[in-house]
Design a protein around this ligand. Structure first.
Ligand code: PEP
Ligand code: MG
Length: 577
């Protein structure tokens, strides 16, 4: 039966494919497609894991002492029987053969189907046996995962798959950078949660905040993800499907056309040069940044190098290699490296979220780094060393207090001294900037400007902290409003103060990649926009069609308005000039 779910649109475009349900536990197993010539080996791998577990169970049974309760042996026998049941031993093999799923994926897919059957049973005893199936599968999975592979490239010609999950942690989302999936649908999440930001960076249609999608949608059901409208259509009729296929094709054509803008100079109609920079999470993202002709990297979120490493954090050399590879890939264009912004919705380990009551207000970003000076120094040395290979700017996240900046600057000096003593080259004049993402920072900019060389406005957090709404909480997502007059005032004031002081300023939050807001930001005087490469050419198209002399007076009127309807009306007017 066809039905529609409404959520929050976070990444544009249309995806059509089959649902792939991702249970929280299943996230720990690798999901990839096995090349055709490896199918038999994959089946053998599964068979081997199952038979190993059967043997293990026999061995445990044999070791039972004579006085062990009879239920123990019965339970072990039951587990062996479950394992040998065709439901678990044969069906996953079919999934490997027919759909090219890897063994872990095939097994968890079948587990979900079996568990669903158990849940439908009215007999309480039988229904409670689902736990036995789960335990047995868990054992096999553990056995398999000793040899688990990483994500290989997707196999051509397969139906696209849409990930449906209650939630996806940013670090897990990073796993999907290999683009095995065509779209995302999650129950939780807000527009600028880091998971949503990553979906946008992947340029994959995504809808979050769907509430019950993971419970209502079934494995393999056909889905349409409309990332523009924030809608998921489950089991669509053939007419709706056809309509969306046409839309999808139009969008693809539009994208192809945008590629022609790559080589054009980024200048407004009145010939004002506008810098369009890329936000990246991993060194590999530079490829996409280069493809769209970014004029540099405006935000490198280094924390992704530190996430989900089981406590095995990258040392100075590993960091240096990563930072150097970004600078080298950008061939002389500037790279802004942000120091570790760990905490809040980006914990070191996605399975161990922060225990703090309000992690977004806790030991995050520069606060964390200052509490771990040795770790911070290691990162600073790695960044400085990379600065010998190309222009780097150092960006400090979440600054608010003068003493925090002073401490950070002291540590930068210490890192420089340490390198100098060892005779290691670095850029002695490396610019150091701060993120404006706490209202206190925006309101006391001259105090920060005395200490720092440039600023970057992190609108995602600026909105979160100004309007007091958790950016990851879908219950308050409707209050996340970039056009709230308080937000507009803070952004405009920051841009104006920087202009007055002769300091560079960019916007690197999600507002910079929103084509609907490009003219407003231009009118406020912004000349540097940093966004995901996937958004860059659409923003460029808007820049090429805009005239700053027309944007400025309308932006001024927007800034003096306080009523939301009036602001929206003026934005529409601005977009139409
Ligand atoms: C921001 O807050 O706008 C920003 C760019 O940083 P992040 O999204 O990584 O918190
Ligand atoms: Mg931020």
């Amino acid at each position: 039966m066809s039905f529609t779910l409404h959520g929050i649109p976070v990444s544009r475009g249309i995806a059509i494919g089959r649902a792939h349900l991702l249970a929280a536990a299943a996230l720990e197993v690798a999901h990839y497609l096995v090349p055709l010539d490896k199918v038999e080996a994959e089946i053998a791998r599964l068979e081997h894991a199952i038979s190993t577990v059967v043997e293990e169970l026999y061995a445990v049974e044999k070791q039972l002492s004579d006085d062990a309760p009879a239920e123990f042996a019965a339970l072990l026998e039951l587990h062996r029987l479950i394992l040998q049941d065709p439901l678990l031993s044969v069906r996953p093999q079919q999934l490997i053969r027919e759909r090219l799923y890897n063994a872990e994926w095939a097994l968890t897919t079948q587990l979900n189907a079996v568990v669903e059957q158990f849940e439908k049973m009215e007999d309480e005893y039988i229904a409670s046996r689902k736990a036995d199936v789960e335990q047995v599968v868990e054992r096999v999975l553990k056995n398999l995962m000793g040899t688990a592979n990483a994500f290989p490239e997707p196999v051509e010609g397969q139906d696209e798959m849409i990930v449906v999950s209650h939630d996806i942690a940013p670090a897990d989302m990073l796993q999907f950078k290999k683009k095995v999936f065509g779209g995302f649908a999650t129950d939780l999440g807000g527009v600028t949660s880091h998971t949503a930001i990553l979906a946008r960076s992947l340029d994959i249609p995504a809808v979050v905040g769907l509430g019950m999608a993971a419970r209502l949608i079934q494995q393999d059901e056909w889905l349409i993800v409309d990332g523009d409208a924030g809608v998921i259509i489950v089991d669509p009729s053939s007419i709706v499907l056809e309509e969306y296929r046409l839309k999808h094709r139009d969008l693809e054509l539009g994208r192809e056309k945008l590629k022609r803008l790559r080589g054009m100079a980024s200048r407004t109609v009145d010939d004002v040069p506008i810098e369009l920079l890329a936000n990246i999470e991993l060194p590999g993202d530079c490829e996409q940044a280069n493809e769209v002709g970014a004029s540099g990297v405006g935000l490198y979120r280094t924390e992704f190098l530190f996430m989900n490493r089981n406590g095995n954090l990258p040392n100075e050399d590993e960091q240096f290699e990563a930072y150097r590879s970004v600078v080298t890939a950008m061939t002389g264009r500037p790279v802004t490296i942000r120091t570790l912004d760990i905490g809040a919705d980006k914990p070191f380990d996605s399975n161990q979220p922060s225990a703090a009551a309000n992690p977004a207000l806790g030991l995050r970003a520069i606060r964390y780094c200052l509490s771990e000076p040795q770790m911070f120094l290691e990162q600073l040395r790695a960044i400085l060393r990379a600065s010998a290979f190309g222009p780097i700017k150092l960006l400090i996240p979440m600054v608010a207090h003068a003493h925090e900046v002073d401490q950070a600057l002291n540590l930068i000096e210490q890192a420089k001294t340490q390198l100098t003593e060892k005779g290691i080259a670095f850029d002695h004049d490396i610019p150091v900037g701060g993120m404006i993402e706490i209202p206190a920072a925006a309101l006391t900019l001259p105090m920060l400007a005395k200490r720092l060389d440039f600023f970057s406005i992190g609108t995602n957090d600026l909105i979160q902290y100004t309007l007091a709404i958790d950016r990851t909480d879908n219950a308050v997502a409707h209050l996340y409003d970039p056009l709230h007059p308080a937000i507009l005032q803070l952004i405009a004031q920051t841009i104006q103060t920087c202009a007055r002081l002769g300091l560079e300023v960019s916007v690197c939050g999600e507002m910079a990649g929103d084509t609907k807001l490009a003219r407003l930001l231009l009118g406020m005087g912004l000349r540097q926009f940093s966004m995901h490469p996937a958004q860059l050419l659409s923003v460029k198209q808007e820049i090429l069609r805009s005239d700053t002399t027309q944007c400025a007076p309308l932006a001024k009127r927007i800034l003096s308005a306080t009523e939301p309807e009036k602001i929206l009306g003026l934005i529409e007017k601005l977009r139409a000039v």
